[in-house]
Design a protein around this ligand. Structure first.
Ligand SMILES: [Zn+2]
Length: 180
């Protein structure tokens, strides 16, 4: 990718596109589907099919999905769907339970807790459930899928920023163990 593409970067681009597509869809009763509306929003936007969960994805692809869907690199604002269908973000969880490690919102349902009935809230990575296995050079971690139901995600021209991994301790990087 070249400098020209990098210069085309627009912050919040994907969120803006999605908002616009929803407006188009909601404007008329028998209008286009959300996906159809979104594909017509803006020239130069690209529509990419996301790998359906469960799937194994590398950290770069997973980071792209997150920033494309939620329009930000701040993974603590991303929304995840737990085994029982609860939606939670790392930021919400940390606000609600001070001292919680935010990355736990990707692997643990905060509605039901670790001792939950698995028939009500299957643990992340359970057979038959949706999850992404995020892998890096010598580890992989099952994480909840994004709370995003569209099979396609719209994003702008690729830039260098799209090749940056998002650093999530224990998910895309080793968990930092306190010294001593
Ligand atoms: Zn749950």
């Amino acid at each position: 990718m070249g400098a020209q593409e990098a210069m085309d970067t627009m912050p919040q681009r994907n969120r803006a596109v999605q908002r616009e597509a929803r407006k188009i869809r909601d404007r008329q009763d028998n209008g286009p589907s959300y996906t159809e509306a979104r594909s017509s929003v803006r020239r130069g936007q690209r529509r990419v099919r996301m790998l359906p969960a469960p799937a194994m994805v590398d950290t770069t692809l997973w980071a792209r999905y997150g920033r494309w869907v939620f329009g930000t690199d701040d993974w603590q604002q991303w929304l995840f769907r737990t085994g029982c269908g609860h939606t939670q973000s790392p930021r919400d969880v940390v606000m609600a339970i001070p001292g919680t490690r935010p990355e736990l919102a990707l692997t643990r349902c905060f509605r039901h807790g670790p001792g939950a009935d698995a028939s009500v809230c299957p643990p992340v990575g359970s057979p038959g459930t949706q999850y992404y296995s995020v892998f890096w050079w010598h580890a992989k971690t099952a994480v909840f899928p994004f709370a995003f139901d569209e099979p396609y995600v719209v994003h702008g021209p690729l830039t260098e920023a799209d090749d940056l991994d998002v650093v999530v301790p224990g998910i895309t990087r080793p968990l930092e163990v306190p010294a001593g």
